[in-house]
Design a protein around this ligand. Sequence first.
Ligand SMILES: C[S@@+](CC[C@H](N)C(=O)[O-])C[C@H]1O[C@@H](n2cnc3c(N)ncnc32)[C@H](O)[C@@H]1O
Length: 258
Amino acid sequence: MKIWRILLEKEIESFLLRDLEVLSFYRLECGVLAYEIKGLAENVFRLWQSVPQEEGLSITEIPEPGFLLRLPKSRLSLFWQGEPSYSKIILAPQGAFGSGLHPTTLLVLYLLDKLYYQGIKPKRILDWGAGSGILSLVAARLFPQSQVLALDIDFDSTKKCRENVIRNRLEAQILSFCAPLAAVKGSFDLILANIFLRVLTEDAPLVKDRLAKGGLLVASGFLKESTSFLLNLYQGFSFLELADKEGWQAIIWQKPDI
Ligand SMILES: C[S@@+](CC[C@H](N)C(=O)[O-])C[C@H]1O[C@@H](n2cnc3c(N)ncnc32)[C@H](O)[C@@H]1O
């Protein structure tokens, strides 16, 4: 049975935990309450659904199986508490996309971890379509020498992202900004784009332009049926890696170094 760790902004009513076996709970420095429960994914989703968002409750600590298992190896543990040797990230998505559960997010996390192992040292990172800021937070922790721009066109997501940046005390490293890519100047060594296929398609020329020579693009947010279309669209870039999860795929491309 999987162990799930969840963090809640506020204490939850005991009836919400009724069918779950609570192993332990503890209060974090920031006042958030963490529960450790035994249970299946459906239980966590049920809990998620029964928590009224407007009351400011949100589940912020999710699982450790699958792809996420690799992240602790890079001394980064997502949503993890109680392992002092790991870096940790605390996240409160609250309406913004990016709890870490969705396959498209997991794929980027997986590929990011791989890039970390390959020893890349990006200085400027763009998280395009940042949502809750999950990818920016992870990238900032993996590459502490980098500056990260977390970009989203949705104002509420940007607000949430900023809160998460502050929650993790990464304000010096991550700038969260509400704007389209066209408003951004300069180039990036690494672009993380878990964004919609339509956006990846329409803004392809812009993305290519904003990537530095030799820069890496990790693109996600599309089903495998669209992968060959995207491979054509990004012709001229070196295709480095493809990852697959539950019908979704993600790709790493590299812009030529000349
Ligand atoms: C699939 S979510 C990804 C969230 C998070 N990065 C993750 O990996 O879980 C896509 C995000 O892109 C944002 N978005 C959609 N179109 C965009 C655009 N043209 N420019 C910037 N952000 C956009 C949405 O508001 C949403 O927050």
